[in-house]
Ligand binder design. Sequence first.
Ligand code: GRF
Length: 201
Amino acid sequence: MKKISRLAVLGSGKGSNFAAILDALEPGAKSGSGKIPAEVVLVASDRGDAGILDLARGAGIPVEVIRESQYRTRLSEDTERNLVAVFRKHSVDWIILAGFLRVLKSPLLEAFPKRIINIHPSLLPKFPGLNAWTQALEAGETITGCTVHYVDAGVDTGELIAQREVPIHAGDTPESLHARIQVAEHQLYVEVLAELLQQNS
Ligand code: GRF
């Protein structure tokens, strides 16, 4: 019998990648197209006002707001330990980062080895970190793209899984380029998750 993986999605922003994933889930799990053999059992955010939480609530998915006062760009060990407990309670198999703006460290990475995935809006190892599309424009590139990778303790440094190229057009602004990259992100993330979760079922 096909295994339906249980996903937790972490994000800090509007959640367009999460929306693309949601559309591609098992029809029985939520109302998806069935490309990804999974259901999203929890959405967590470090921002209580993030759009991704509204999307999750609208889809009837439990949400968790991560309270972190000690650090701005990572989570404290205690916060990560609490999150691991929440993920275990929901029997989470995979953690999917979709615009989560903090790096993860050992309690989480150790609890879910090779089970935490991220998408980044550049052809890594080029342009890690914030506003990767602006970095590509400022570097005078003609091609950029997006990358799905395993998460390690660095900033966008984990093992690469798949990449998709996106052209940079003359006259592109940061906004127009980011929008074009996001179209590619939504396709690539769904394709990679479909393949990865089928292999690991
Ligand atoms: C995406 O561009 C993703 O690559 C980056 O953060 C952005 C999140 O966008 N890590 P969204 O919240 O999925 O719309």
